[in-house]
Design a protein around this ligand. Structure first.
Ligand code: F0G
Length: 379
């Protein structure tokens, strides 16, 4: 009897393994494929174990903000260290289904790292167009390691994206930027996970905005769960751009976007109108934070919460701290609100920024007296 039970258990497990390449975490396609319209019986359920990322409660910033509950959705825990993997897995599965042989994207770094990884795994070529001198080293290292063909475009992200779109119209390559609808369909699953974990939608979602795909995708996810009556409410979408790259905030494209947060250094976002719709339909806001505010939040997250993210991710926490100081009139007090900040990418991607702030490395002689003295332990 026991043996039979074990056999049944094993065969259930075997079929689970056969259905997904990520038996431990399931993967976005396996977990949520039935909520992604384009995923059908012929879509390969590829996975690198993306999704199912931690939702971690704040220990300290929570007090500073004065809200009821504050959580960080650690999208930096995806396989290539950013939220991009959720959408990339869908876009690449669809590319495989349509027998594409190559992927193409323009990127400030994370999209290219993700495209390169999934392409390598699936035996596809990856071409990535990156803005010259404006991509964090760790992200470039990922694309190099996975064997992508990297084109360093003498221009900014917006130039690179314009070129990628043109090339994909003329050549047999699958464009995997967030203008590809499969990307947003995959990224919306992060909103599903938040509701699945909390039991309902939060009151406010704070999120960085660059090309504006992710805020669009989260909104879609929350709306779909609300319509399916899995959530009883929808959050206000609170998007944050960097001051030197804030086209949606100022209402016109920025020719030469600048920010310490290289991931969101974008002057003409592809999903501009969709992000505005998410903002307006949710009663939310899209505002800007300065580089100083971003770095302050980046340090606080690392030192007070143990979360080492990249500067672009810290932009939404900077936005939350700013908003908490001056929440505006006509909205409920933060003390009743449940808030989620989306931590989009890992700090290790951009070691230069971390080391450039205030690196506390001291050189010492290799003897105990010198080390103890340098540790400040002498009396
Ligand atoms: N945070 C990180 C870490 C990002 O890499 C990006 C975008 C964003 C936030 C903004 O998300 O574009 O959907 O509004 N990175 C893109 C890239 C542009 O090429 O990797 P968005």
């Amino acid at each position: 009897m026991r043996r039979l039970r074990r056999k049944l258990k094993n065969s259930a497990r075997m079929s689970y393994i056969a259905e997904t390449e990520s038996p431990s975490r399931g993967g976005v396609l396996h977990r949520y494929g039935d909520r992604i319209p384009d995923v059908g019986p012929n879509t390969p359920l590829i996975s690198l174990g993306e999704g199912d990322t931690p939702l971690v409660r704040s220990r300290r910033l929570h007090d500073q903000v004065g809200c009821r509950e504050l959580y960080f959705k650690l999208e930096m825990c995806n396989p290539t260290g950013s939220f991009k993997d959720r959408g990339m897995v869908v876009a690449v599965a669809k590319a495989l289904e349509s027998e594409s042989k190559a992927l193409l994207c323009a990127s400030t770094g994370n999209t290219s790292a993700s495209a390169a990884a999934y392409a390598a795994r699936c035996g596809l070529d990856a071409y990535v167009l990156v803005p010259h001198g404006n991509i964090a080293r760790g992200k470039l290292a990922q694309a190099v390691a996975h064997g992508a063909r990297i084109l360093d475009v003498r221009g900014n992200f917006d130039d690179a994206l314009r070129l990628a779109r043109l090339i994909s119209e003329q050549h047999p390559v699958a464009l995997v930027n967030s203008v590809n609808p499969d990307r947003l369909e995959g990224q919306k699953t992060a909103a599903f996970e938040i509701v699945d974990t909390l039991g309902d939608a939060p009151d406010l979602l704070f999120i960085p905005v660059g090309n504006a795909g992710n805020i669009t995708a989260y909104w879609r996810g929350f709306v779909e769960y609300y319509r399916a009556e899995i959530a009883t409410k929808k959050p206000r979408m609170m998007g944050w751009q960097a001051e030197g790259a804030a086209p949606i905030v100022i209402g016109k494209p920025v020719d030469n976007p600048q920010s310490v947060a290289s991931a969101i250094r974008i002057g003409n976002p592809a999903s501009w109108r969709l992000a505005e719709a998410a903002r307006d339909e949710s009663g939310g806001e899209i505002n800007a934070v300065s580089d100083d505010e971003i770095i302050e939040a980046y340090r606080l997250l690392a030192r007070e919460e143990g979360i080492f993210c990249e500067p672009a991710s810290a932009a939404c926490v900077a936005g939350l701290l700013k908003y908490a100081r001056n929440p505006g009139t006509g909205h409920s007090s933060l003390s009743t609100q449940i808030i989620v900040c989306v931590i989009t990418g890992h700090g290790l991607k951009d070691p230069e920024t971390a080391l450039g702030i205030d690196s506390e490395v001291r050189e010492v002689e290799p003897n105990i007296e010198a080390v103890v003295e340098a540790m400040g332990l002498t009396t």
